[in-house]
Design a protein around this ligand. Structure first.
Ligand SMILES: Nc1ncnc2c1ncn2[C@@H]1O[C@H](COP(=O)(O)OP(=O)(O)O)[C@@H](O)[C@H]1O
Ligand SMILES: [Mg+2]
Length: 222
C-alpha cells in the first residue's frame, strides 16, 4: 500500500549539499508494521518525511494506494496527511494553550470530524497510554515521555491508514515504550492499515514484522 521507488534526497545548498537519502526503494504491505533502524544521521527522518508527503524527494517516487504523491497538489497532499496519515514526529509540536485532550481532539477537527466522536476516541487513546489523569493539563506541565505519548494519541485519532512514527519511544522508559509500540502494532495490524516505525532500539524494532537498515542514506542488504 506504500511503495517508494529509488527515493533520493539532497539537503542543503551548494557546497553544503549532502545526500541524506540515496536511492531507497521499499514497500509496506497492508497490515504490516516495518521498522527502520540506523545510526544518527543515516537519513531515517528524511526518508520518513518523504514517505509521509511532508517533504518532496529530489528524485524517485512515493505511491500510497497507487497514487503518486507528486501527482497531488499541495492541497491534495495536505488532505492526505490530515485524513489518511498519522505522524508521530521526533519533536512533538503541541499547541501550548490547549489542554492535552484538546490537542488530541484538534486533529479530528482539522480532518472535519464531529467533535463528540473525536472526544470519545481521544479519551480511549489517552487511557490506553496511561494519560487519563493528564488530559486536562497543558503541554508545559508534561514530561518528555508524556508528550511523546500525547503525540501518538493525536496521530491515531483519525484512525489513519498509515502511521509514520519517528523514534516514538526515545524519551520513554522500557514499560512506557512497550505500551507505545503495542498500541502502534495493534493499530497498524488492523484492517487495511500499515505503519513505519523509525527507531534506535533493537528491542522496539523486534516488534515490527520486518526491519530495514539504513546506513549513510542507503538501505543495507539484510
Ligand atoms: N535541512 C537540512 N539541511 C542540511 N542537512 C540536513 C537537513 N536535514 C537533514 N540533514 C542531514 O541529512 C542527514 C540525514 O539526517 P536525518 O534524516 O535527520 O538522519 P536521522 O534521522 O537518521 O538521524 C544528516 O547528515 C543531516 O545532518
Ligand atoms: Mg531522525
Amino acid at each position: 500500500m506504500l511503495v517508494a521507488d529509488r527515493l533520493h534526497k539532497v539537503v542543503g545548498d551548494g557546497a553544503l549539499a549532502v545526500t541524506a537519502v540515496d536511492e531507497v526503494s521499499l514497500q509496506v504491505e497492508r497490515g504490516e508494521l516495518i521498522a527502520i533502524v540506523g545510526p544518527s544521521g543515516s537519513g531515517k527522518s528524511t526518508l520518513l518525511a518523504m514517505l509521509g508527503a511532508l517533504s518532496t524527494p529530489t528524485d524517485g517516487t512515493v505511491r500510497i494506494d497507487g497514487v503518486d504523491l507528486s501527482d497531488l497538489d499541495e492541497r491534495g497532499r495536505s488532505e492526505l496527511r490530515s485524513r489518511r496519515l498519522g505522524f508521530v514526529l521526533q519533536r512533538p509540536a503541541l499547541v501550548p494553550f490547549l489542554t492535552v485532550s484538546e490537542n488530541v481532539v484538534l486533529a479530528g477537527q482539522i480532518a472535519g470530524r464531529p467533535k463528540s466522536m473525536a472526544s470519545e476516541r481521544a479519551d480511549q487513546l489517552l487511557t490506553a497510554l496511561g494519560l487519563e489523569d493528564r488530559s486536562g493539563h497543558r503541554p508545559a506541565a508534561l514530561s518528555g515521555g508524556e508528550l511523546q505519548r500525547v503525540a501518538l494519541a493525536r496521530a491515531l485519532l483519525n484512525d489513519p491508514v498509515i502511521v509514520l512514527a519517528d523514534e516514538p519511544t526515545a524519551n520513554l522508559d522500557a514499560q512506557q515504550g512497550r505500551a507505545v509500540v503495542a498500541l502502534l502494532a495493534e493499530h497498524t495490524r488492523g484492517q487495511g492499515r500499515a505503519g513505519v516505525l523509525v527507531t534506535h532500539d533493537e528491542s522496539v524494532a523486534a516488534v515490527a514484522d520486518r526491519t530495514l537498515r539504513l546506513i549513510d542514506g542507503r538501505l543495507a542488504d539484510s
